[in-house]
Design a protein around this ligand. Sequence first.
Ligand code: SDX
Length: 418
Amino acid sequence: MNDKVAKLNIEGETLDLPIVNATYGPHLVEIEALSKHEFFTYDPGFISTASCRSAITYINGEKGILLHRGYPIDQLAAKTDFLTTAYLLLNGELPNSTEQNEFKTIIASHVNPPAIVHDTLQGFAKGAHPMAMLISLMGALAGYFHPIKIRDAAERKHMIEQLIGFMPALVAWSYQHHIGQKTYSPRAGLSYAEQFMYLLFDDKRGNNPILNKAIDRILILHADHEQNASTSTVRLAGSTLANPYACMAAGIAALWGPAHGGANEAVIKMLSEIEDEKNIPKFIARAKDSNDNFRLMGFGHRVYKNYDPRAKVMKQTCDEVLSELGEQHDPLFKIALQLERIALEDDYFIQRKLYPNVDFYSGIILRAIGIPTELFTPIFALARTVGWLAQWGEMCDDNDFKIGRPRQWYTGPKVRDI
Ligand code: SDX
C-alpha cells in the first residue's frame, strides 16, 4: 500500500494528505480531509483537479499522446474501425472476431429508432440547428425508455448498445429535417459508417469506400477524450442516477459550444472569413490581441501543449480525401496549411504552446465529402456518444460512486436583516 503523503501546514497544524499513484500522468493528492479542517481548494476550470478515476483514456498533453485502454490513437485509426474501437472503450479489451461480429450484429439490430423520434422532429421548424434537435431527441428517448435500472449491468449494456445503434439515424434525420428534406430509411448489411452515409445521402455518396473510411476514421478520432467538458457533464448528470438518455442530452448541450465540439464548424467559418492567404496576418494579429475576443478556432487545448495526435491523423486523412476527390487545391485547405505554418512560427503561439487540435482539419474533410457545416458538431456527438456511454458505465460501476456536488468560494454579503 502506498504510504507517501503531502504535508500541508495550515494555521500551525500539519495535515498528512495521502498521495496516490496513477498508471501514467501526475500523481494525485487526496484532499477530502481538508473539509474537516474547514478548508476547500479553489481550481476554476479544474486545471489541476481530477474529478474521478478512469481506466478508459489517457492523454499526455506535453508529449501529444492519446491512449484508449493503452492503445495509441494512431494505431486504432490505422488498424481498427469505429465499432471495434467502441467495443474497446466499453469493454476494456479489443474484441476477438466472434465478439466483434456479435457486437456489430447487436448494434445493427438497433438501427431503427422508435417512431417518437420522427414525431419529435416535427416539433422543430425547418432551419433549426441539428444539435438543438439532438438534445430534444435524447429527451424524447428518455421519456420513451423510462425508468432504466441504472444499477442493473445487463439493462445498462442493452441501453448502451441500443443508443449506439440509433445514433446514425438520429443525426442524419436531424439534418434532413433541418433542410426540409425527406428522411432515408436504414438498410441492412452496411458497416456503421456506410449506414450513416446512406442515411445521409442515399446512393449519391453512400457507396464510396474512401469517403466511408474517412468518416469511420473521423468517428474513431472523436470517440473519447478523458474528462472533457461534455464528458464531465454526462458524469455529473449521471451521478444523480438520472435517466441515461437525459445524461446524453446534457452532454450534447455542453459539446455544442464553439469552445468545445462546436469548434469544427467555427473553423470552417473562420477559414471562409479569411478567404485569401493574404488576409492571414490580419487574423493572426486579431487572435493575439488581448482586447479582441477573436480566437484561432481549431487551435489550442486545455491539455495538449503539443500537436494533438488526432490532428496529425486528421491532416493525413485530409490529404487522402482531397486527393481522392481531386480537390487537393481546395482553397480552405491551402489557407489552413498556411495558417498552421505561420502560427507555429509565431512567438505568441509558441510561448502559449498553442497547436492545431482535432477540430482544425476535420471540418475540411467533412466539407470535401459534402457534409454540410451544420452537421459537423452532430457528427462529433455521433462519435462521442460512445465515449460518454463508456465513461457513464464506468462511473456506475465505481466503488467511489457518489453524487457530484462541488463546493464554492463564497464572495457574497455577510448575513444581514431585511
Ligand atoms: C475540443 O477538453 C477536450 O479534450 C476537448 C476536445 C475533446 O476531444 O473533447 O479535445 C475537443 O474541444 C478541442 C478544442 C476546440 N476548441 C477550439 O478550437 C476553440 C479555440 N481554442 C480556445 O478556445 C482554447 O484554446 C481552449 C478553450 C480550447 C482551451 O482554453 P484554455 O485551456 O482555457 O486556455 P486559456 O483560455 O487559458 O488560454 C491560455 C492563453 C490565453 O492567452 P493569455 O491570457 O495567456 O495571454 O492562450 C490563449 C489565451 O488567450 N489562447 C488562444 C487560443 N487558445 C488559447 N489565443 C488565440 N487563439 C486560440 N485558439
